[in-house]
Design a protein around this ligand. Structure first.
Ligand code: DC
Length: 229
């Protein structure tokens, strides 16, 4: 599946604002693994498409784009990053236009095939913690360390609002709640690789847990697996 059979893969899926990034980053840091934010890859393609003035709802234009770009992954400070045609998008992948159009891009099956291959190949850099929506179901279904991180919608909205408060994109928590509900609906109902609990994944409800406590669950699983090996 990957070209590094010895790499340990921690696959973390879940809805928006369930704490995936914090948990995956912290787990990677504690274990000396690489961190991979798969959503950033979908955002990167979206950034490139918008930059070229493409209509992101026209899948033919999007497919032509992925066939001509040079998408290169590299390791930086314990995280897998990428460049597209020699450029790193940086924080631009978090911009409002990218945010608005990324679900169009993520719904194109050819984009998913392209990025699933890219994401699998990141295991060549070594063991990793990867977060996303289809990591345990599609990208690394054979990993013994699959997690589905969830939290009550109210708690997720509160976390995301606190995270974004400084950027003041939303007036109150209820706006964030509505926006998360729309994204959850899109992510779970789309035809291509919808967000689902992977077979054999451990479901963690983090509503009343902090990131450290969630990471402890993962570290304990890895420790036990090591003990059994
Ligand atoms: O996690 P995020 O918000 O950065 O994800 C951005 C978008 O990409 C979101 O619409 C879901 C999609 N995505 C996906 O379809 N599959 C993944 N593995 C990761 C993200």
């Amino acid at each position: 599946m990957s070209n590094n059979r010895d790499a340990i893969v921690i696959a973390i899926d879940g809805p928006s604002a369930s704490g995936k990034s914090t948990v995956a980053r912290l787990a990677a840091q504690k274990l000396g693994f690489n961190y991979v934010d798969s959503g950033s890859f979908y955002r990167g393609i979206t950034w490139k498409a918008l930059r070229e003035g493409l209509d992101t709802s026209d899948s033919q234009q999007v497919v032509a784009l992925i066939n001509r770009i040079d998408f290169v992954c590299f390791l930086q400070d314990g995280a897998v990053e990428f460049s597209i045609d020699g450029e790193e998008p940086g924080e631009q992948i978090r911009s409002q236009p990218v945010q608005e159009h990324v679900s169009d891009i993520a719904a194109v099956p050819e984009v998913r095939v392209f990025l699933v291959n890219m994401l699998r190949e990141t295991a060549r850099f070594g063991s990793l913690a990867m977060e996303g929506r289809d990591i345990g179901t599609v990208v690394f279904p054979d990993s013994p360390f699959k997690y589905y991180l969830d939290a009550d919608p109210e708690e997720r909205a509160r976390r995301r609002y606190n995270e974004l408060a400084k950027k003041s994109e939303y007036n109150d928590v209820s706006e964030v709640y509505d926006s998360l509900a729309r994204r959850d609906h899109k992510d779970t109902t789309r035809k291509a690789a919808p967000l689902q609990i992977a077979l054999g994944a451990k479901v963690i409800d983090s509503t009343r847990m902090n990131a450290e406590q969630v990471v402890d669950v993962i570290l304990e699983d890895i420790r036990l697996a090591g003990a059994k090996a």
